[in-house]
Design a protein around this ligand. Sequence first.
Ligand code: PEP
Length: 252
Amino acid sequence: MRNRTPLIAGNWKMYKITPEAVDTARQLVKLVADCSNVDIMIAPVFTALDPVSGVVRGSRVALGAQNLHWEKEGAYTGEISADMLVSAGCQYVIIGHSERRQYFGETDETVNQKIRAAIDAGLIPVFCVGESEADREAGQTFSVLDKQVKMGLDKYFAKDLGTLVIAYEPVWAIGTGKTATKEQAQEVHAYIRSLIDQLFDQALAQSLRILYGGSVKPDNIAALMEMPDIDGALVGGASLDAGSFSKIVKFK
Ligand code: PEP
């Protein structure tokens, strides 16, 4: 029986200008006002963080960002630090999303530094890992995840990682409409949990929330959430509409 509070997180990627983001956040706040026993997060683009924070403040919905830089400040044109995200109202930050790894040169080393910056600033890191289709077909799923988790969390201690969230997002399932089966996802989540137990300790492994991401929709969330090691979802496309995202939040 899972005693971890589920987290349903929406990654809005590079969608929605500020008035659209504010409007969607307003609708969502109303739709989920009566939800309990589930944590909810939305991650709009940087320019919408501050205005959306005014909408979600005091509601069931928490604010997250989609990326950060690991330095506190400096001559890093175009970058945003953890403290800047906190001052814009963020509680969470997504780190190492496969789109950042694929298109923007994110590596296991930069992910590692970003997790440190997030934790030091009091942000909850949502650390994304996942194999490509080629990795899966080559039977490399577990070795790829092993490397991502070990390098992403290298030099950390269990005491640093109390708030950490891991999102397992098979790259072949993101934005493709192909969801991992609940059994495929459960197998990987259980593997990640056992890896955390091996690398850190059992208490952290048992309290760690592991989200599934990859074409999660209102009609497949309930089945995924039946699985003992799936503690919620990181949702892309279906989080852009407040109605469909709220249905995912109300998966029970
Ligand atoms: C994501 O971007 O993290 C994601 C899982 O996207 P989608 O739900 O659209 O597959």
